[in-house]
Design a protein around this ligand. Structure first.
Ligand code: MSP
Length: 506
């Protein structure tokens, strides 16, 4: 089964911040969980390079727009590399493969009468790159971000979005996993109670020339959202590799922020419908991060620099923290204190200490090797119930991940680590080492194997730290990682390697 996951393509003039980092890491983690379940995955991220914002930023830097975006897009690429994001593709909307798709779709819609020329009168919010009508405005400002809007009165081309309103309502109601969480589906359906206008999809080249010229009228460039949304089909192989496209595209999951819900769940599906293309599988809207309860903004000076935090706690602890905090679709609050306490409790104490204890005991009581456990059938009931818990773990973690619920997936892993810690306390192998070698062997094998398995299920979040757990337990992951999900993969006789704490005290 294919699994295609996307992030929004980020405005290239922004600096990668916490909101971008979270969404991109979430996509990475979900792609890795899908791969662990045996899916063929394709993970796309990229940058949105056209539009007024980019043009103005380039002008401020004294650069041509193309030179400016060539310079700026690498900041995103290198941030993702540092955060251990393993995207399969990185799209830039200035790439010829994408320009070709945009031109093709515009031509098609033009020829079939879904695009017409009319006078546009309204307002434009440059920071959001959104058109608004008079009645949309709130106190004369952008209803979305509250910033000033510019008056616009000019001829423009329009997409007959209104034609597809009835179809869209039916589609959303018939496909309950199309817009998630349900709260957002209801929000979109509420919005669709009002008559849907047509969508202005151009800007006169005389005012804005940094965009893709309309193929049927070079006096205009394409509206940046119409251009940007099509990135998702470009990268899936549309017009390039039809076999790949038709396999991959219907399995697309778009991760977005709740602020770009309308563009993704109203503009985008109607554009696809008009172009005769299938719908993506799911549009999942995440919440927003605040910092110590406040909206993140440059003027408040509370922007969170993801790379800075990653350098204090380690990239993977930072990924773990982000993935553990945001309940699906809800806002989450970022706090340095909570990051510190999550590091100490979940990583240093729970996971790190357990590994340290188990490896030390294996060194002391089992000659530094993985021992042979008793056959499961004759093991004591305490041991059997920990094994049972571990055997159920993959299913529980995967169903949480498949529901975009990473905090739940991590909770499941934490519960097994807690259980393994308690199991060690009850079994107390340090008291029995002299009299009962078989009991000690079984207990330490079981605890070590539980750790190996939990590490496998945490590896989408912390790939390198988890590989270090395996190395210390003498396990070489199999070529097909999924085969490692079975209980009992640690090989008796394999040497264990003691080492420094996995998550050192800060
Ligand atoms: N370029 C458009 C997307 C086009 S997709 C076809 C865009 N770019 S953006 O860079 O402004 O924002 C990208 C994403 O970052 C949005 O999904 C937005 O929700 C997210 N975030 C920006 N600030 C955020 C937080 N404070 N918290 C969580 N996500 C936030 O919009």
């Amino acid at each position: 089964m294919d699994f295609y996951i996307t992030t929004p393509i980020y405005y290239v003039n922004d600096e990668p911040h916490l909101g971008h980092a979270y969404t991109t890491i979430l996509a990475d983690v979900l792609a890795r969980y899908a791969r662990l379940q045996g899916s063929q995955t394709f993970f796309l991220t990229g940058v949105d390079e056209h539009g007024q914002k980019a043009q103005e930023a380039a002008r401020l830097h004294g650069l041509e727009p193309q030179a400016y975006v060539d310079l700026m897009h690498t900041r995103f690429q290198s941030a993702w590399q540092e955060l251990e994001v393993a995207n399969d593709d990185f799209i830039r909307t200035t790439q010829p493969r994408h320009v070709h798709v945009v031109e093709h779709v515009l031509n098609q819609l033009w020829q079939q009468g879904d695009i017409y020329l009319d006078e546009y009168q309204g307002w434009y919010c440059v920071p959001d790159e959104r058109f608004w009508t008079e009645k949309d405005l709130r106190d004369g400002q952008c209803p979305d971000c509250g910033r000033p809007v510019e008056p616009v009165s000019e001829p423009n081309y329009f997409f007959r979005m209104n034609r597809y309103q009835g179809w869209l309502i039916d589609y959303i109601q018939a496909h309950l996993d199309f817009i998630l969480p349900a709260l957002r589906r209801n929000e979109v359906l509420g919005f669709l109670h009002q008559p849907l206008g047509d969508l202005c999809i151009s800007r006169p080249a005389s005012r804005l020339n940094w965009g893709i010229p309309l193929p049927f009228d070079p006096n205009f460039v394409t509206y940046v959202w119409f251009d940007a949304l099509l990135n998702y089909v470009t990268a899936a192989g549309y017009l390039q590799d039809e076999a790949r496209f038709s396999r991959l595209w219907p399995q697309a999951r778009h991760l977005i922020g709740k602020d770009i819900l309308t563009t993704h769940s109203v503009y985008w599906p109607t554009m696809l419908k008009a172009a005769g293309l299938p719908m993506p599988r799911t549009i999942f809207a995440t919440g927003w991060w605040t910092v110590d309860g406040e909206k993140i903004s440059k003027s408040r000076g509370n922007t969170v620099k993801p790379l800075e935090l990653a350098s204090i706690y380690g990239v993977e602890a930072f990924r773990y923290y982000l993935m553990s905090q945001m309940q699906p679709g809800h806002d989450a609050d970022f706090s340095r204190e909570r990051l510190a306490s999550c590091y100490q409790a979940d990583l240093a104490n729970n996971l790190g200490n357990l590994l340290q204890r188990v490896v030390n005991m294996l060194t002391r009581y089992c000659d530094g090797r993985i021992p042979s456990p008793a056959m499961e059938a004759v093991a004591d009931s305490d041991t059997r119930s920990l094994i049972r818990l571990c055997e159920d773990l993959p299913g529980r973690v995967f169903s949480a991940a498949n529901a975009f619920d990473t905090p739940q997936a991590l909770d499941q892993c934490r519960a097994v680590l807690d259980a393994a810690n308690q199991y060690l306390e009850r079994q107390a192998p340090w008291k029995r080492s002299a009299g009962n070698p078989q009991g000690v062997n079984t207990c330490l094998y079981t605890a070590a194997e539980a750790l190996r398995l939990v590490a496998l299920l945490l590896s989408p979040v912390m790939p390198k730290r988890c590989a270090e757990v395996w190395r210390r337990l003498g396990w070489l992951p199999l070529a097909v990682l999924r085969d490692g999900l079975a209980w009992g993969m640690l090989q008796p006789g394999a040497p264990v390697t003691p080492g420094e704490p996995l998550f050192p005290r800060k």
